[in-house]
Design a protein around this ligand. Structure first.
Ligand SMILES: NC(=O)c1ccc[n+]([C@@H]2O[C@H](COP(=O)([O-])OP(=O)(O)OC[C@H]3O[C@@H](n4cnc5c(N)ncnc54)[C@H](O)[C@@H]3O)[C@@H](O)[C@H]2O)c1
Length: 329
C-alpha cells in the first residue's frame, strides 16, 4: 500500500523543494511507496504541472502516481499526510487582520475538505503562515478529525537555533540537543537553551566560557538572530527561505510518523500545558510516540523564560481573538 500525500501550494517554491525529496523517500522512508496530490489554485496549476513533469522524469522507484488539481475534494481524497504549504502572503497595505482573514478563507475550507475526504489516519503539517493560527483554523474546521492530527511547523526555527549554537560553540550541530521553540512561529518565539546540551554537557555552561554574560548574549544576539533569520535570508539571498523550510517540513513530518528518540519542537494544540490557554496551537518541546506528538511536561521555567513564553502566547491569543471576531472559530 502506498501513502497518499497531499501538498498544497505545490507549484510554489517550497513545494518545488519538497516534492523530489518526498519522491526519493526522505520523508516516509526508502521502503514506502508514495502517491502525490498537488493541490493548487488555478494561477498555480502550471507550476505544479511543470513539477509533475519533472517528477515523471525523475523516474523515482517509490513514486506510484502524481495528480495535479485545483479541487480540494479531489486533492484531499484518501490522503494520509497533508502538507499545507500554500497560503496568502501579506500584500501591500494589508493589515494583520486582513492577512488572518485571507488565510482563514483558505485553511477553513481545507480543514473541511480534510474532514470530508481524507483517510482516517490523516496527519496534517501546516507550513503556510501564520502557521500556528492557520493550523488552529484548519483543526477547528475539520469536524470529526481529532485536533491532535494538526500541527504547525516550528522545526525550522529549532534547526536555526541549533545551528547558531553549533557555530558559537564550535561543535557539530548533531551534538546540540534539546533546544525547543516555544510559542508562535514569529518574531516573538522563544528558542529555549535552558535544558540544551552540547556533547552531553549543559549548553549554558559551554556558552559561559564563550560569550561572557550568557543572558545578554541570548537576548541581544541569539534570540533575535534565530527569530529574524527569515528576514536575514531574504536580505542575503534576495528571496525567502525555501530549501531549509522544505527540509524542516520533511523532518517534522518524518518524526511525527516514525517517532523521535529525543525532544523536538512542533506547534500543537494546547490542552493547558505550561499555562498555554487550551485550544491554541503553540510550539512546545515535544516527542513523537506511536505517531502522536506528546508535550514534554514538567520542565522548570525561570521567570525570564516564563515572561518570554507568555509574550509569544499573548500574540497567539490575539491572533485567535482576531479570527474569532471574524466569525471563523
Ligand atoms: N512555518 C515555517 O517555518 C515557514 C518557513 C518558510 C515559509 N513558510 C511559509 O510557507 C508558505 C509558502 O512559501 P513559498 O515560498 O512556497 O511561497 P510561494 O509563493 O512560492 O508558493 C505558495 C504557493 O501556494 C499556492 N497557493 C496559494 N493559495 C493556495 C490555496 N488556497 N490552495 C493551494 N495552493 C495555494 C500559490 O499559488 C503558490 O504556488 C508561505 O506562507 C511562507 O510564509 C513557513
Amino acid at each position: 500500500m502506498a501513502t497518499t500525500i497531499t501538498i498544497t501550494g505545490a507549484g510554489g517554491q517550497i513545494g518545488y523543494a519538497l516534492l523530489f525529496r518526498i519522491a526519493a523517500g526522505d520523508m516516509l522512508g526508502h521502503g514506502e511507496k508514495v502517491r502525490l496530490r498537488l493541490l493548487e489554485i488555478p494561477q498555480g496549476l502550471k507550476g505544479a504541472e511543470g513539477a509533475a513533469l519533472e517528477l515523471q522524469d525523475g523516474a523515482f522507484d517509490l513514486l506510484e502516481s502524481v495528480e495535479v488539481t485545483d479541487d480540494a475534494a479531489t486533492g484531499f481524497d484518501g490522503c494520509n499526510v497533508a502538507l499545507l504549504v500554500g497560503a496568502r502572503p501579506r500584500g501591500p497595505g494589508m493589515e494583520r487582520g486582513d492577512l488572518l482573514a485571507a488565510n482563514a478563507g483558505i485553511f477553513g475550507p481545507q480543514g473541511r475538505a480534510i474532514a470530508d475526504r481524507a483517510a482516517s489516519d490523516v496527519r496534517v503539517t501546516v507550513v503556510g503562515n501564520p502557521a500556528n493560527t492557520n493550523a488552529l483554523i484548519a483543526a477547528a474546521s475539520a469536524d470529526g478529525v481529532p485536533a491532535d492530527r494538526f500541527s504547525a511547523l516550528t522545526r525550522l526555527d529549532e534547526n536555526r537555533a541549533r545551528a547558531q549554537l553549533a557555530a558559537v560553540l564550535d561543535a557539530p550541530v548533531a551534538s546540540i540537543r534539546r533546544v525547543p521553540i516555544w510559542g508562535n512561529h514569529s518574531a516573538t518565539q522563544f528558542p529555549d537553551v535552558t535544558h540544551a546540551t552540547v556533547e552531553g554537557r549543559p549548553v549554558l555552561d559551554a556558552l559561559a566560557e564563550r560569550v561572557g554574560d550568557v543572558r545578554t548574549w541570548l537576548e541581544g544576539t541569539f534570540i533575535p538572530r534565530v527569530a529574524k533569520r527569515g528576514a536575514e535570508i531574504i536580505e542575503v539571498r534576495g528571496s525567502s527561505s525555501v530549501a531549509s523550510a522544505a527540509n524542516a517540513t520533511i523532518e517534522h513530518t518524518r518524526d511525527w510518523v516514525a517517532g523521535t528518540s529525543d525532544w523536538t519542537s512542533a506547534g500543537v494544540v494546547s490542552r493547558g500545558e505550561y499555562g498555554v490557554p487550551e485550544g491554541l496551537v503553540s510550539s512546545f518541546p515535544v516527542r513523537s510516540v506511536d505517531g502522536q506528538w506528546q508535550i514534554v511536561e514538567g520542565l522548570e521555567l525561570d521567570e525570564w523564560a516564563r515572561g518570554r513564553i507568555d509574550a509569544s502566547v499573548a500574540e497567539l491569543v490575539d491572533e485567535r481573538d482576531t479570527v474569532r471576531a471574524l466569525g471563523v472559530l
